[in-house]
Design a protein around this ligand. Structure first.
Ligand SMILES: [Zn+2]
Length: 328
């Protein structure tokens, strides 16, 4: 059996599958944040549950893939400086290898894992060697396969595209400290913050949104804002337009750097894809040049929006064990 783990800001997913990745079973739990070891303890508990329920011994586990929100330190096997998970360092690999000695453990950033998941579970032959995965979620992250190789970088954090700067003179500061990162405008957090900051100064009508949030701007959520935009709220529409515009810049940047055949999207913002994806597809199909000089990529949504990270963690183990050059 192969075990895959995906640690997100709010949920942990642990999956078990056979070595050819059939028959995937997934368990989900909220991400505990009591101390820096509570995440790994929770993961160990979920893996142990799987083993007990399926009468599996340690020596039947071929490997464990550990995908997590980054940044990661692949050598030391921990997460560092993650704003959502908290704590300066979160040890993962060492405590896991103490509980499961002798079992290979592979650590990977969650978006890089997702790119592998897309590669194995859904990409077609003509796109799989050059594809990017982009998550539009609380933040924005990416994973890139270029010339049939997953790009990792020195620590395993290549393609941190959400912190690509799309407006360097912006007054809006990102969690990372820089100004005008893509995720400042187009992530869930970005959409919410832009709406809260701009709603008092706008001359556009925000009646529908104000009604939905009981006239209290602290009640604004991306979901409500997209709903109000759908209902015709002019202010909400302008925030959505901003989200889409900066995504065009971000996607153009990714395509200029990596020359992708396809870009797959995932993440919670894809619940409102009807307002995001069609204008992006239209732009890159009909008039790509304002945003990318390279041939435009196909833009798609992953079939496994919530599961692609944990599926990617399983894929990482499979590819590592079979010596696939994509991850070597
Ligand atoms: Zn940033």
């Amino acid at each position: 059996m192969i075990i895959g783990v995906d640690v997100g800001g709010s949920l942990i997913r642990v999956a078990m599958a056979t070595s050819n990745l059939d028959n995937i079973k997934i368990k989900i739990k909220p991400t505990p944040k009591q101390n820096e070891f509570s995440i790994i303890n929770s993961i160990i508990l979920l893996i142990t549950e799987f083993m007990v329920e399926n009468s599996i011994e340690n020596d039947q586990i071929l490997g464990i893939g550990l995908a997590t929100a980054g940044p990661i330190d692949q050598v030391k096997g921990h997460v560092f400086n993650n704003a959502n998970l908290g704590f300066k360092e979160i040890p993962l690999k060492i405590p896991l290898s103490e509980r499961f000695p002798g079992i290979p453990i592979f650590l990977i950033n969650d978006c890089n894992a997702s790119a592998l998941g897309v590669h194995f579970f859904e990409a077609s032959e003509d796109e799989k060697d050059n594809l990017a995965y982009i998550t539009l979620s609380t933040g924005i992250g990416g994973g890139v396969i270029c010339n049939g190789r997953l790009l990792l970088g020195k620590d395993g954090n290549a393609a941190e595209i959400g912190h690509g700067i799309v407006d360097p003179r912006s007054i809006f500061q990102c969690n990372c400290g820089a100004h005008g990162c893509w995720e400042v405008y187009s992530s869930g957090t970005g959409v919410k913050n832009r709406a809260i900051e701009e709603i008092e100064d706008t001359s556009l009508s925000s009646k529908i949104l104000m009604f939905m949030i009981d006239n209290d701007k602290s009640n604004i959520t991306p979901k409500k804002l997209f709903q109000a935009a759908r209902g015709g709220d002019k202010f909400s529409k302008s925030i959505v337009e901003q989200c889409v515009f900066y995504s065009k810049i971000g996607i153009g940047m990714v395509n200029n750097y990596y020359d992708c055949s396809s870009i797959y999207f995932g993440g919670a913002m894809m619940n409102d894809q009807d307002l995001i994806l069609p204008p992006l597809i239209q732009q890159f199909e009909n008039d790509p040049l304002p945003f990318t000089i390279n041939h435009p990529p196909k833009l798609k949504i992953t079939k496994y929006i919530t599961e692609i990270g944990v599926r990617g963690a399983l894929t990482l183990v499979k590819y590592k064990l079979e010596g696939n050059t994509i991850v070597s």
